[in-house]
Design a protein around this ligand. Sequence first.
Ligand code: COI
Length: 354
Amino acid sequence: MDIQVTKVATPKPRPPEAELGFGRFFTDHLFVMDYTTEKGWHAPRIQPYGPLGIDPAAGVLHYGQAMFEGSKAFRGVDGALRLFRPQAHAQRMVSGAPRLCMPTPTAEQMVEACRALVRVEADWVPKAEGTALYLRPTLIATEAFLGVRPANAYTYFIIATPVGSYYGGSALKPVRIWVETVEVRAPRGGLGAAKAGANYAASLHAAVKAKKAGYDQVLWLDGQTHELVEEVGTMNLFVLLGDTLVTPPLSDSILAGVTRDSVITLAREKGLTVEERVLSVKELRAAHARGALREVFGTGTAAVISPVGELSFAGEPLVVNGGAPGPLGLELYATISGIQRGTVKDTHGWLVDA
Ligand code: COI
């Protein structure tokens, strides 16, 4: 791609690394590329960060044709800038977009765009342990037309934000989870396997209810029986049952997490048995009753590993590992963040130079 670069005249001041939080500060530039059915993808460019000119009739604003990704770039302990599994993130957008009738750039073009933006924003990649430059590639329908059909024009853009820990405070502070038995994140046959903005819209109401009741996030159950666990908050779910690590199998209602895949790979290498299989609420409660529910954690790009200290079934709490982060979750967090920062050898080729 021939990416045109227009730099800002005056870069913004950098926020202190201790105050980054998650997604609060945006860098000086963004990457943008447009699509029309006549021209295909064209005009790749990096330009000063600012509002996108969007027609009020644009498809994304009415019928929600929108998808996004989230990946991270790191400053290694050697100072070099590297992206973690950018190809897997790009491929996930390529795989998810057909369900929303959206065209995407190729995975290679998306990786190239992410690397180019990280190079332009090199000064924005924070140094401190636990920090990263979070990239948010986004795909939206821009054609101005109110008939209900797939749009004929799209924009793909990438914004970047320097981030600290997703939940604020200690990255590994265990979360308290409300088991949601009525509302559903994604039904079978729906959009759950695509990183569609709509899935996050569907999740907000239950998340707000859980917060009001004093919980951090919700455990999502399947939309048919409301008995099978699917995801936790915005993350994939892992449960250490005895000596076996169990995670729900991928389906059209579960997002194929890149961290989920990394955890499965690393856990198997550590000699653990990992099962991708259905897991019911009944099984979780029975395992807790006999003392076999050793650890529960969520996995996602933003938080990496988020230990679950408590699961609440209609106010009846199951406390996991005494409410403390479990050793397996801590070890996997240390391994993944070590690979990302270059202190643990990357034997899988997960890091890509910016
Ligand atoms: C992630 O864990 O990376 C997510 O999907 C959360 C994001 C929506 C902030």
